[in-house]
Design a protein around this ligand. Structure first.
Ligand code: HEM
Length: 159
């Protein structure tokens, strides 16, 4: 594993960083640019339909990013031998953050699917009720956790 990391260290760190960019940067763009611009659409059917589609397409990019983050993190943990060093608690903290972010993502994913079903059945108020907490709580929570993970990543850099 160490030799794999040494030969491909730039590629592994690149894949780790680009996955973080897609996940965290994507959430910031969805929440602070796209979400506000969607609010000007008056027709609920179009507004909800487009919101569901925005999220669905974003998830297609985020699911590979989540998996690549974990795989590259595992390679780095094994190859860099953090165990017993003063940086080990930071590595554990990042694992905890990744786990919470993934649970929050799964919650968002399930809520979007339920909202899609309600939307398809013409139950727009129910779809809206399911989508609201995604914008209000879940995405902002994951943005904050993601920013902390990026900061902690910087403190582990070049070890
Ligand atoms: C699964 C747990 C994780 C572990 C064990 C982990 C571990 C690491 C390590 C060891 C580095 C330093 C690489 C180097 O030698 O330069 C790093 C960098 C980085 N990590 Fe993670 N990471 C994890 C999850 C995450 C998550 C969830 C994000 C963001 C969503 C993230 C974002 C970053 C970024 C942006 C860097 C680059 C920092 C820099 O080069 O200055 N990591 N990570």
């Amino acid at each position: 594993m160490e030799t794999i990391f040494n030969s491909f260290s730039s590629l592994i760190i690149f894949l780790h960083v680009i996955s973080a960019v897609i996940w965290v940067g994507g959430m910031i763009a969805i929440r602070f640019a796209i979400h506000y611009s969607m609010q000007d659409i008056e027709e609920p059917k179009i507004k909800l339909g487009r919101t569901l589609e925005n999220l669905r397409r974003f998830f297609n990019m985020v699911i590979p990013a989540i998996i690549i983050l974990l795989v590259t993190a595992i390679i780095m943990i094994i190859a860099l031998g953090f165990k017993g060093t003063p940086l080990y608690p930071t590595v554990i903290a990042k694992e905890v953050i990744w786990s919470i972010m993934t649970i929050v993502f799964i919650t968002i994913y399930i809520k979007r699917n339920k909202a899609q079903k309600a939307f398809n059945d013409g139950k727009f108020p129910i779809a809206k009720e399911l989508l609201t907490p995604i914008a209000q709580y879940f995405i902002p929570l994951n943005i904050i956790l993601g920013l902390i993970a990026i900061y902690l990543g910087v403190t582990l850099r070049g070890f």
